[in-house]
Write a protein that binds this ligand. Structure first.
Ligand SMILES: *Cc1c(COP(=O)(O)O)cnc(C)c1O
Length: 395
């Protein structure tokens, strides 16, 4: 199988698997216990915390391990909102293209009386720093803008937004789940107060992630109980997964430059190949995009049927976000960049990984072209477009 759905999840690397096994065999104690097995586990936990902190320019005390990106997003936003409210600040700013872990959290807070501003993005899927500046008010408690988008790969001007928020004394959170291990992250240089990442998006295990919170920034727990994670996240730590994530993140950061160069070349080859299909369009920015992300819309077809036919050809792809698959609503991200409903339905996302080869890319270009042609031949919409009854949206 050719796996081109690395934005949904990545294969756990052998190094991460090894670290996990080692942890289960040697560090099975409870890190909160005072006896030797417990203290050995506590040391392994401290080691993992140091490793991940170094990868993003943070200190170990600023790292809170969570069950993944979704939990980290939820905690960052809910905590900032509730703490803001105590000071009379009930306004939250984010963007229209966030992951549902952010959007649904904001929607729930809105029902509870918070005022939410979702900023638009331009046609390449990038938020304007000026729009963020204009949206900030006296009562703004938080700005949350994702580092890079999971569907169309667009990279946001995080450093500029961070600088702006610090100048205006507004808390800044970024969902860096797609960026971590793929783009350089430095929480100091980029003025980030809170950052979410997830282990399984960079060849680490699922069910683990972290929230970085700048020292001095207060944080409320989502989960109450024991004193783990300095009282900010109760529950016995998932040490094997945490250790696997730390190894995977360090590997990804150590090899970022060469991996990026390799993926960029493959990405450009794939984009050039798919662009030859008539009435197709690349979604997102051609340059400011994740090195492994390719997203296209093809006029006159359904994304879901494309996925099934590609699967038959041995290619694992996605029509957008794994979280919206199975729902008939078109992607909120594609609608936000101005794709009309009928075009947004014909989307295809191919996300490369550490193991993707040029042969796989060439086979994929050929397969997608065949599948698009086959589906168009059966599509009543395509027939109308051909006859001129309907006009093309993508020229
Ligand atoms: C995958 C993803 C998440 C969710 O992370 P989980 O660890 O699966 O909960 C959040 N945000 C973005 C941008 C993602 O791609």
């Amino acid at each position: 199988m050719i796996y081109l759905d690395n934005a949904a999840t990545t294969k756990t690397s052998p190094a991460a698997q090894k670290a996990m096994l080692e942890c289960m065999e040697q560090f099975w104690g409870n890190p909160s216990s005072l006896h030797t097995p417990g203290q050995k586990a506590a040391e392994a936990l401290a080691q993992a915390r140091e490793t991940v902190a170094a990868c993003i320019g943070a200190t170990p005390r600023e790292i809170y391990f969570t069950s993944g990106g979704s939990e980290a997003d939820n905690q960052a936003i809910v905590s900032a909102a509730l703490l803001g409210k105590r000071k009379g600040k009930t306004h939250l700013i984010s963007t229209a293209i966030e992951h549902h872990a952010v959007l649904h959290t904001l929607a729930r807070l809105e029902k509870d009386g918070f005022d939410v501003t979702l900023l638009p993005v331009d046609e390449s899927g990038i938020v304007k720093v000026d729009d963020v500046a204009a949206a900030i008010r006296e009562d703004t408690a938080l700005v949350s803008v994702m580092f890079a988008n999971n569907e169309i790969g667009s990279i946001q001007p995080i450093e500029e937004i961070g600088a702006l928020c610090h100048e205006k004394h507004v808390l800044f959170h970024t969902d860096a789940v797609q960026a971590a291990g793929h783009l350089p992250i430095d929480v100091e240089k980029q003025h980030i107060d809170m950052l979410s990442l997830s282990g399984h998006k960079f060849h680490g295990p699922r069910g683990t992630g972290l929230l970085y919170v700048r020292r001095g920034v207060p944080l409320l727990p989502l989960i109450e109980g024991g004193a783990q994670e300095r009282g900010k996240r109760a529950g016995t730590e998932n040490l094997p997964a945490i250790a696997g994530m730390a190894v995977a993140l360090k590997d990804a950061c150590d090899h970022m430059q060469e991996d990026t160069q390799r993926q960029l070349a493959l990405r450009e080859r794939l984009i050039a190949g798919l662009s030859k299909i008539p009435h197709s369009a690349l979604n997102g920015d051609p340059v400011r995009r994740l090195p492994g992300n390719v997203s296209f819309c093809f006029e006159g077809i359904e994304g879901e049927s494309m996925l099934l036919l590609l699967d038959d050809k041995g290619i694992a792809a996605s029509s957008g976000s794994a979280c919206t698959s199975g729902s008939l609503d078109p992607s909120h991200v594609l609608l936000a960049i101005g794709r009309p409903h009928e075009v947004a339905h014909g989307s295809l996302r191919l996300t490369l990984g550490a193991e993707t080869t040029q042969d796989e890319i060439d086979y994929t270009i050929q397969s997608v072209a065949e599948v698009v042609e086959r589906l168009r031949a059966m599509s009543p919409v395509w027939d109308e477009l051909q006859k001129g009854v309907r006009s093309y949206v993508i020229q």
